[in-house]
Design a protein around this ligand. Structure first.
Ligand code: AMP
Length: 622
């Protein structure tokens, strides 16, 4: 194993490296730096983020440019503003003893005039996102006609994000004889094409296998019913009290919803997606970097360029459409020599995707069980015990000791310990004592009618195909108006003038409440709990049959209302009937008990910030 000195770096850089505390070169640095220092060559390097690749191209670029000249000599293109700023920052740190060095970041969402002014001062190195760079070239605010080194960082991400034309355009303004160094985590066809187009006999280095995920990340999957996804996520978090994670969802809407639910349930979470303003995204990222947010819920696009060390877990709340995207997701953990865990929550229909991901990352997943309540209580208890054990005594407490001691005069040490821990443990214990097993056995029938009937409610709704619905449209419609997640409505069965659908039992009160007063196209919609279980004889439930939509107006004042249920009647009657049907006659009781099952995290009080409290204690960087 060589040292940074062995790689041939100059004293200024070695000095900065020592300040940064880097002891030895990482694999990509060991492979890339000597090649780039010794020869004027193009290079293709396959390396994940977190492997130290910024320094792998940064050190040689800093060594090779002439800091006495004000001409722009190096250009680094990166896919996102976050990454652009990160690289700029790293380059400045690496080059802090290179007198006269000026590294300038160029990215969208910030004043173009200010950036142009910085460039004009004489920037030897520009780090840029493609969109803003192209803009500045067309306005003649930068001159890259004399650059000698160009870096395409996270080339696969840039192409994924549709920057191919911008990159082509930008490179057309650079000299043909420059060197191009391309860094990419994966090598899809598009990246190979770019390499062929812009590079001459590039040398190739690979850290790990192509497309392979980093070796210090372990991969786990958890098989649950789709509608239990969110509960599974909470349990995974509760079973890892020190989690510092990115949770990936597929859509902006799901991302926002999961983050909101987590916050509502007392977790320290934040959302990161494209519907947020740049300012909002910056704030979330700042809180995440400071570890004030433990769970960052993000879309793939928004998470590009997240470059935060110490992420302990990546949780795939939903799998990505492209298996390659999984490599990027899991690469957010296990960085800078640390280990990490990438977890996937899957339903039965998605298990086959795990196999194709395994082929791509060349690693096997371990199938694990979602921890049960007892496991979680134990983990939380031991975490608290460890924290107590390692807590430094605050001597401000000394003044109160006499009073406290007199309170516990009769209490033995063992009793005191039990009492102390019961304060926290009982809340968690009560919360989880009736929790169900969320795991689905691989051999279990995926439609799983027993589970459906036990844990879900089937509803009758008096809209059907003649109202323009098919099962997909009705599902989307319900999800939209009720603000539910993609898996929350299932078993949708559309008839001509009415339909059936299922939701988890826990949201039944919400659904019925909503439909006491909901109008669709000017008419009231009627939703009731059905006895039909969604099996083969779906229409048997109430002896109801599709009557072709004979709708009776049942409300005074001439309001039209959908009412194909035989026992129709006014809304208060309906409410009474529902109450007796499914909640033992007391609506608010049913809601209270719903809150006790896995709803919010157990809280001491809403202002509490105890171990299991509403807002988790702010974490200091580990
Ligand atoms: P990168 O892959 O360039 O995003 O680097 C990931 C992190 O590793 C950054 O925080 C770097 O500062 C850090 N890093 C880079 N090289 C080394 C090294 N040789 N030893 C320790 N940390 C490093």
């Amino acid at each position: 194993m060589s040292t940074f000195k062995d790689l041939g770096l100059n004293e200024d850089l070695l000095h900065a490296i020592s300040d940064l505390g880097f002891i030895k070169p990482s694999e990509v640095q060991e492979k890339a730096i000597p090649i780039l220092l010794e020869s004027e060559t193009d290079l293709v390097a396959l390396a994940q983020t977190g492997t130290g690749k910024t320094a792998a191209f940064g050190f040689p670029m800093l060594e090779k440019i002439d800091v006495d000249s004000r001409t722009t000599q190096g250009l680094i293109l990166s896919p996102t503003r976050e990454l652009c700023l990160q690289i700029t920052n790293e380059m400045k740190q690496y080059g802090k003893y290179c007198k006269g060095l000026n590294v300038v970041a160029i990215y969208g969402g910030s004043s173009i005039t200010d950036q142009a002014r910085e460039v004009k001062k004489g920037a030897q190195i520009i780090v840029a996102t493609p969109g803003r760079m192209k803009d500045m070239i067309s306005r003649r605010l930068v001159d890259i006609s004399k650059i000698q080194y160009s870096v395409l960082d996270e080339a696969d991400e840039m192409l994924n994000m549709g920057f191919k034309e911008d990159i082509t355009d930008i490179l057309s303004h650079t000299p043909d004889d420059k060197n191009t160094w391309l860094f990419s985590a994966t090598m899809p066809k598009e990246v190979a094409t770019i390499a062929r187009k812009f590079m001459v006999d590039p040398q190739e280095i690979t850290v790990g296998n192509k497309n392979e995920s980093t070796s210090n990340v372990s991969h786990e999957y958890y098989l649950v019913n789709a509608r239990d996804r969110y509960q599974a996520l909470k349990r995974l978090s509760d079973a890892n009290p020190d989690i510092f994670s990115v949770i990936f969802c597929r859509t902006k809407r799901d991302t926002q919803k999961v983050a909101e639910q987590l916050i509502e349930d007392g977790y320290s979470a934040g959302a990161l997606h494209g519907d947020l303003s740049q300012n909002q995204r910056d704030m979330v990222m700042k809180s995440f970097r400071n570890q004030q947010i433990q769970m960052l819920v993000a879309t793939d696009v928004a998470a590009r360029g997240i470059d935060v060390d110490d992420i302990t877990h990546v949780i795939n709340y939903q799998l990505p459409d492209e298996a390659e995207t999984y490599t990027h997701r899991s690469g957010r953990t296990g960085r800078a020599g640390k280990t990490g865990i990438s977890m996937v929550i899957v339903s039965k229909s998605e298990v086959r995707k795990i196999k194709s991901i395994e082929r791509i990352i060349k690693k096997e997943f371990v199938k694990k069980d979602i921890p049960d309540g007892a496991d979680i209580c134990e983990v939380q208890l031991m975490s608290l015990a460890n924290k107590v054990n390692t807590t430094e005594v605050n001597h401000e407490i000394d003044g109160y000791l006499e009073k406290i001691n007199s309170l516990f005069e009769e209490t033995t040490k063992e009793e005191l310990i039990k009492k102390f821990f019961s304060v926290e443990f009982t809340r968690f214990f009560n919360y989880y004592k009736k929790s169900k097993d969320l795991n689905v056995q691989a051999s279990q029938n995926s439609r799983d009618d027993v589970q459906y009937s036990e844990n879900s409610t089937r509803y009758f709704i008096n809209v059907g195909s003649r109202d323009g619905f098919d099962w997909m449209k009705l599902k989307d419609f319900l999800k939209e108006i009720l603000e539910l997640g993609r898996d929350d409505v299932f078993k949708v069965d559309v008839k001509e003038s009415f339909s059936f659908f299922n939701t988890d039992k826990s949201i039944t009160p919400k659904i019925l409440e909503f439909f006491t007063d909901y109008k669709y196209e000017g008419r009231f919609v009627n939703v009731e709990v059905s006895e039909d279980r969604g099996g083969r004889n779906r229409n048997r439930g109430r002896g109801r049959k599709d009557d072709g939509g004979k709708r009776r107006s049942s409300r005074g004042g001439g309001e039209k209302r959908f009412s194909s249920n035989k026992s129709g009647g006014n809304s208060s009657n309906r409410r009474e009937r529902r109450n007796s049907e499914f909640s033992g006659g007391n609506r608010s009781d049913s809601r209270r008990s719903e809150g006790r099952s896995e709803g919010r995290k157990p809280r001491r009080s809403d202002s509490s910030s105890g171990e299991f409290g509403s807002s988790r204690p702010r974490r200091s960087r580990r």
